[in-house]
Design a protein around this ligand. Structure first.
Ligand code: NAX
Length: 328
């Protein structure tokens, strides 16, 4: 029998945590034959709530769940971690400037990066969900010099899934018929969902849709502003869909993309497609044997170029801001 995989989840007592932990424990993160041990990391005030969630996890009697430990400090929380899901973050509150938001998150992701560097397992894979996800991932990565940079990723899979769903609804296709969709750039309102290389049952999606006005005025803003629309409707931000995307992201990273398809992940740039090296930006990636690779050689038309550049510029600005604040 396999040794359990240690999965650390930060923000475990939050709403995404509540939707995420049960799916990890039931085998959806890594596969139906992979036992897991959960390490829940919370701030001291939320440890009691995390204990409540742990009681419910016990009450599910999940066959794959081999243990739950709860921590209130990153050093212990990341010790021996094979997979780390960094969900807990400092949300933007009213009147908060971008600098304040980045500083507050630097105070979380710097020590977490250091703790991962010091104590995580050699095969550690990190997914940052907490916003601003790309830049939080950059901060953590910069403080983990002994961990290969490619092990730090940021989540744009929710945006990817949202885009697939919108495209399926527009064309009447099944979601499972849609392939090669790409989210480029930052997980923010500037993100660019690209259907020019996407396929619907093997046919080019942009040609099938053949409606640039819909693309520019409906599809892109609907995907980019979906988070706000969910808050408006539900009175709370996306939680189950975000947890589902985190599951998808790690599952795909570990178990691979399907032949003839790719996914979207925020990964460290090697300079591909004009994205400055070192930025953590969303790209089309394939995964195999637990490693991701940026899809190369795609032709980028003018429509896409401007939108990719705008989102990447925003990432560069965020990086410059955290640099100025001394966070990286
Ligand atoms: P909640 O406020 O419900 O939960 C956050 C939890 O994190 C709280 O329990 C809090 O105590 C904990 N936390 C705070 N600082 C911590 C620290 N230093 N160490 C450990 N735990 C800490 O937020 P929730 O709705 O679960 O969202 C979590 C994050 O995901 C937010 O930053 C949110 O913006 C982000 N999202 C990212 C998405 C993405 O696609 N990348 C989509 C969904 C979501 O908006």
């Amino acid at each position: 029998t396999r040794t359990p995989v240690n999965v650390t989840v930060t923000g475990a007592a939050g709403q995404i945590g509540y939707a995420l932990l049960f799916r990890i424990a039931s085998g959806h993160l890594l596969g139906p034959d992979v036992p897991v041990k959960l390490r829940l990391l919370e701030i001291p005030q939320a440890v009691k709530a995390a204990e409540g969630t742990a009681m419910e996890l016990d009450d599910c009697a999940f066959p794959l769940l081999k243990g739950i430990d709860i921590f209130d400090n990153p050093t212990d929380g990341f010790a021996g971690a094979n997979v780390a899901l960094l969900v807990g973050a400092r949300p933007r509150t009213q009147g908060m400037e971008r600098g304040d938001l980045l500083s507050a998150n630097g105070g979380i992701f710097k020590p977490q990066g250091e703790a991962i560097n010091a104590g995580a397992a050699d095969d550690i894979k990190v997914l940052v969900v907490g916003n601003p996800a790309n830049t939080n991932a950059l901060i953590a990565q910069q403080h983990a010099p002994d961990v290969p940079a490619e092990r730090f990723t940021a989540m744009t899979r929710l945006d990817h899934n949202r885009a697939i769903s919108q495209l399926a609804q527009k064309t009447g296709a099944a979601v499972s018929d849609i392939a090669k969709l790409t989210i480029w750039g930052n997980h923010s309102a500037t993100q660019y969902p690209d259907i020019f290389h996407a396929e619907i049952a093997g046919k080019n999606a942009a040609e099938t849709v053949n409606d640039e006005a819909w693309l520019a005025d409906t599809f892109i803003p609907t995907v980019a502003k979906r988070g706000a629309a969910i808050i408006e409707a539900r009175g709370a931000s996306s939680a189950a869909s975000a947890a589902n995307a985190a599951i998808d992201h790690v599952y795909t990273w570990v178990n691979g993309t399907k032949p003839g398809d790719w996914t979207s992940m925020g990964v460290v740039s090697d300079g591909s497609y004009g994205v400055p090296a070192g930025l953590i930006s969303s790209f089309p990636v394939t995964c195999q044997d637990g490693k991701w690779e940026i899809v190369q050689g795609l032709e980028i038309n003018e429509f896409s170029r401007g939108r990719i550049d705008a989102s990447v510029n925003e990432l560069a600005e965020e990086r410059d801001a955290v640099r100025e604040l001394g966070l990286i």
